[in-house]
Design a protein around this ligand. Structure first.
Ligand code: FE2
Length: 255
């Protein structure tokens, strides 16, 4: 499997705290079936700034270490970019490290509890540049939970999205798990990734998440997700699905 979202580089965000932890996470990734992983430290989220050259250098060092330890994992540099007003300028100046070499795709993160009002316009301008933003973990955003039509509009506009594996297996609770299923079944997500951090008790859940995906959809859909992970790393076109608006679930059942 290819994992397009993880925080394995040490000491640069809230992910791995040390090289030892990075190695431990890499071993876990491999035992969960991951062969290729993008290193996607937080960028411009108000707390962390991780410029491209630094991410590239650390990723190279990590690869050397993995090779020395005989851990069969290939790592590539990228970033998880928090939505901000400088994105268009930064993309134009090559300051954003996409998921692929030419930055045809990049990971775009919203704040946990909101979707800024300028998002739709920004996504439009990003798409006009020939770049497709990958909205990360929409299932964990409380504003999208309350207004799932916003996600439909953004994906319908041309954005794509990535669900976090542990959301789908239920690590973040029933509401997040149910919303993940809704997003999948309405064709509004295209990728599953680990978003691995170094958190005791939180495991790699890619295998588990893909088996749930198989139960919710079909073999073709699962295959498309694997192909999409490869496509966003190689800068190729992704497979989209029939997109339908999510019907809001009733928060309280009436008896
Ligand atoms: Fe992340």
């Amino acid at each position: 499997m290819i994992d397009i979202h993880s925080h394995l580089l040490p000491g640069i965000d809230d992910g791995s705290p040390s090289w030892d932890a990075s190695i431990e996470l890499a071993r876990q990734a491999v035992s969960d079936g991951i062969e290729v992983a993008l290193m996607t430290p937080h960028h411009q989220n108000g707390k962390y700034i991780n410029p491209g050259p630094e991410v590239i250098k650390l990723t190279d060092e990590f690869q050397t270490l993995l090779d020395e330890e005989n851990i069969p994992l290939k790592v590539f540099p990228s970033q998880e970019v928090r939505i901000n007003s400088e994105i268009i300028t930064d993309l134009g100046e090559g300051e954003i490290v996409g998921t692929d070499e030419d930055t045809r795709y990049f990971l775009l993160e919203f704040p946990d509890n909101s979707v800024p009002s300028f998002t739709k316009d920004l996504v439009f301008r990003i798409l006009q540049m020939g770049v497709t933003p990958i909205i990360v973990h929409p299932e964990r955003n409380t504003a999208l939970m309350a207004h799932p039509e916003i996600l439909f509009e953004l994906v319908n506009q041309g954005a794509i999205s990535q669900i976090t594996a542990s959301s789908l297996v239920g690590t973040f609770g029933k509401a997040v798990q149910a919303f993940s299923q809704d997003i999948i079944q309405n064709g509004l997500t295209h990728l599953i990734a680990s978003d691995a951090h170094y958190l005791p008790g939180r495991k790699y859940e890619m295998t588990g998440a893909f088996s749930i995906l198989g139960r919710l959809t079909d073999y073709q859909h699962v295959k498309a997700f694997h192909q999409n992970a490869k496509a966003v790393v190689n800068g190729d076109s992704i497979i989209r699905f029939d997109e339908t608006p999510i019907k809001k679930r009733k928060l309280f059942a009436k008896y």
